[in-house]
Write a protein that binds this ligand. Structure first.
Ligand SMILES: NC(=O)c1ccc[n+]([C@@H]2O[C@H](COP(=O)([O-])OP(=O)(O)OC[C@H]3O[C@@H](n4cnc5c(N)ncnc54)[C@H](OP(=O)(O)O)[C@@H]3O)[C@@H](O)[C@H]2O)c1
Length: 331
């Protein structure tokens, strides 16, 4: 399996990257740390060579669990994390109010000021127990900080060797274009799944033309594309899918599962694969997509998701899946 270059950086990642949001617990109805660490180790054992986390995932928890899980295996894995969502200070642009994984009220602010980025980088290195972050990404744009200032701080960190590559997430092409005036942008991290396709012809195509990697998030549509979300599926307290509309209404779960059953299942059978594996295999075969982030809570999910890297869909199968999902109206 071919590694994929993250933009013009020297980071060469596997097309499936372990997504470490759920193992932070926050917005995912809690988490089990032992299972999470087994999940990360199983992902590495199955050939995945990168993990994507963020300080805000469980308010430091995901980074700490990731750091502990990779102890002794640092040379086998790239660590991607983020900056710019703060919960211990109310400087910057209000992002949203939430409750942490213990039920405490928390207000999150977008803050990409120089001081904040440098402060956050130190904390992330500490929690992760590493001395260099392989890819450091601005989590969300912050309208209270000029892009010039944020990029200046990231270039400083790059020059000091504290980070190895620069990324942005949830940025528009116009914002990324402005970033490029002040330094390199090696990757963009937008949302993409077969059920959420808006960015494919937008920021993903735009980045592809400029040698900027696209590492896409929620590529299993938060579990929906595994076929394991049924209308009677019960989610734990605090799980964002519990009261979310979007694809998680009873009617939309049925519509999505109908396409999985009718179109994806026969293709999965032909590859002795699962629906999750075929959905991920399609995503990493799509033009402009460098890597797909696949969240997993345990070893079973991580191992299953990693196998998607070894499934080669024929052009006909790729086309059948594309056509079926493109016909499906959004929620
Ligand atoms: N930059 C951003 O703003 C942003 C936003 C969102 C996500 N992300 C990144 O992208 C990563 C992936 O996105 P995501 O976590 O939102 O969603 P996802 O990868 O689409 O879905 C992950 C969830 O699906 C279920 N799942 C995964 N593999 C499975 C399998 N093989 N069988 C059955 N269920 C399975 C698990 O939840 P259950 O077991 O509970 O069903 C898991 O937590 C995140 O971890 C994070 O690194 C970034």
């Amino acid at each position: 399996m071919e590694l994929r270059q993250i933009g013009t950086s020297d980071v060469m990642a596997t097309p499936i990257v372990f997504g470490a949001w759920a193992i932070g617990g926050w917005l995912w109805g809690g988490t089990d740390d032992d299972k999470a660490m087994e999940g990360i180790n199983a992902a590495i054992d199955a050939g995945i060579n990168a993990i994507d986390t963020a300080p805000v995932y469980g308010f430091g928890h995901s980074e700490r669990v990731t750091g502990e899980a990779i102890t002794g295996r640092r040379d086998e894995v790239f660590v991607f994390t983020k900056c710019g969502l703060r919960w211990e200070s109310d400087d910057g642009q209000h992002h949203h109010d939430t409750q942490d994984q213990t039920g405490q009220d928390v207000s999150i602010y977008r803050n990409l000021s120089r001081d904040s980025i440098l402060w956050e980088c130190e904390r992330s290195l500490e929690r992760l127990g590493i001395d260099q972050i392989d890819l450091y990404q601005c989590h969300w744009p912050d309208e209270t900080t000029p892009i010039k200032e944020a990029m200046g701080a990231l270039v400083e960190l790059l020059d000091q060797g504290l980070i190895r590559a620069i990324g942005v997430s949830n940025f528009t092409p116009e914002m990324i274009d402005e970033c490029l005036a002040y330094g390199p942008v090696h990757c963009s991290q937008p949302k993409f799944s077969l059920l959420s396709r808006d960015h494919l012809d937008g920021v993903i195509a735009w980045c592809h033309e400029r040698d900027i990697a696209s590492i896409v998030y929620s590529s299993l549509e938060q579990g929906m594309l595994t076929g394991k979300v049924t209308p009677d599926r019960e989610f734990g307290e605090g799980d964002q899918r519990l009261d979310k509309g979007g694809w998680f209404t009873v009617e939309n779960i049925r519509r999505a599962n109908a396409v999985l059953d009718e179109v994806v299942q026969p293709i999965a059978d032909a590859h002795a694969a699962t629906l999750a594996q075929v959905s991920l295999a399609w995503t990493i075969a799509a033009p402009g997509i460098t890597c797909a982030l696949a969240g997993a809570r345990n070893a079973e999910q991580a191992t299953e998701n990693a196998r998607a890297m070894h499934i080669d869909l024929s052009d006909e199968q790729y086309g059948q899946i594309r056509e079926a999902f493109w016909r499906l109206e959004g929620p």
